[in-house]
Design a protein around this ligand. Structure first.
Ligand SMILES: [Zn+2]
Length: 201
């Protein structure tokens, strides 16, 4: 089996529509081929995400929109036509897979200190550390990436710390949850959850 043959079989495998002999052949290829192995693990993760998020309702024209946005490569024609015949699971996988690609490139390129939230004037940023001093208050979620965080004041939302450490003083008051993320994969899962279920806390 070569890589061109393996990709559509991965989808069938994740769909649960594959017999034992074919599955065994695919597994043998995945053991030998690091590229396909990586793709399979990413597909498996997006598949699990899709299945664990029953709230996704894809717009009816999503298939067409994704198909139009994909680069046309003659070599992939057989795979694309397979996707067109199996729109439900594969569109979600392709959609998340495309996003995964852009997240991972964003992850490696952008290691600057990034702070996101409302009323950031309440914060003090010094030597790569973001302070929320006692008596200061941030309304809504606070996301800090590529730096450390020290919370002494009030945060009325979630604290998301990406690629950094955080410390909360005894005077700190955080109404939401604290997410500490130091892996690209965790970051992706967090982002996907944010996109798919923006209302969930
Ligand atoms: Zn391969």
């Amino acid at each position: 089996m070569n890589c061109e043959e393996a990709l559509p079989l991965m989808h069938e495998y994740l769909d649960g529509s594959m017999d034992g002999a074919e599955a065994a052949e695919l597994k043998r290829h995945l053991l030998q081929c690091p590229d396909c192995n990586r793709i399979f693990r990413e597909l498996e993760m997006t598949d699990a995400l899709v299945k664990s998020t029953p709230r996704i309702v894809a717009p009816s024209d999503l298939t067409d929109r994704i198909m139009k946005s994909l680069p046309v490569r003659p070599k992939r024609d057989s795979w694309l036509s397979w996707v067109k015949r199996h729109p439900a699971i594969s569109v979600a996988s392709v959609f998340l897979f495309v996003m995964l690609g852009s997240f991972l490139s964003m992850w490696s390129q952008d290691q600057e200190l990034t702070v996101k939230g409302n009323n950031l004037d309440q914060l003090v940023i010094e030597d790569g550390t973001v302070y929320l001093p006692k008596g200061h208050r941030v309304e809504g979620n606070l996301m800090v990436r590529g730096g450390d965080v020290q919370i002494d004041g009030d945060l009325d939302g979630n604290l998301v710390v990406v690629d950094g450490k955080y410390h909360t003083a005894s005077t700190a008051n955080i109404s939401g949850k604290i997410y500490s993320i130091n892996q690209a994969a965790e970051w992706l899962v967090y982002q996907v959850k944010e996109i798919l279920a923006p209302a969930a806390q």
